[in-house]
Write a protein that binds this ligand. Structure first.
Ligand code: COA
Length: 181
């Protein structure tokens, strides 16, 4: 996708663009740190190496696999990964995960990243976008609900986060006007 420039809630410009191999160390740093926070994503801080991430970026098929970064100034503060189903049976779907560094949160960058992911999906005629989120992650659930996602499944007590149980909530959003099958 082309570079997208927009303003955050404080009026500061940020950019959303396709990740390139040179972004790999910054993507790994964000996902490692967010993993170490322990309450937002399943990864526990042992994410792939920067070299492995760079290889993923070199090899990715742009019709199957989207990796975006959100950049403010010269700093990458967020990333989104969306992967389309690879079979005829599920190529109308895509799953995504996203994470902002702590300093990138609360300013609308999450919405910017996800809407850019929707644009990519629409261009490929992907109709259904899916995700999994911890029931304790109210900021994420609010964002997804505001953008049209609805709960379609729940695995109870699927995660233990700092001593408290959390459900895994499966959410999905339909992008096209075509009715759900
Ligand atoms: C989840 C995340 C992507 C949201 O992006 P963001 O740009 O920070 O989102 P916003 O600031 O627009 O916040 C989303 C909503 O949650 C609300 N919110 C923020 N913190 C909250 C909290 N602690 N409790 C409840 N609501 C909260 C905001 O007011 C906003 O509400 P609105 O949609 O009604 O305006 C981002 O915070 C993040 O990366 N968090 C850490 C990693 C993570 O959780 N990834 C997603 C895993 S599924």
């Amino acid at each position: 996708m082309a570079l997208l420039e927009q303003s955050d809630r404080n009026g500061n410009v940020y950019r959303i663009r396709d990740a390139v191999p040179e972004d790999a160390p910054f993507i790994v740093e964000i996902l490692t740190k967010v993993g170490q926070e322990g309450i937002y994503i399943a990864n526990e801080g042992h994410y792939m190496s920067a070299e492995q991430q760079a290889q993923v970026l070199v090899r990715r098929d742009p019709e199957i696999h989207l990796i975006l970064v959100a950049e403010q100034g010269s700093r990458i503060v967020g990333t989104l990964e969306m992967v389309r189903g690879i079979f005829q049976k599920n190529r109308h779907t895509a799953n995504f995960g996203m994470a902002l560094a702590p300093e990138g949160r609360g300013r609308g960058l999450g919405e910017g990243l996800l809407l850019a992911g929707h644009d990519w999906a629409r261009q490929l005629a992907i109709q259904k976008i899916c995700l999994s989120v911890f029931s304790s992650n109210q900021a994420a659930i609010r964002l997804y609900t505001r953008l049209g996602y609805e709960e379609e499944g729940r695995r109870k007590n699927q995660f233990l986060l700092n001593g408290s149980w959390a459900d895994e909530i499966l959410m999905a959003c339909y992008l096209s006007v075509a009715p759900a099958p």
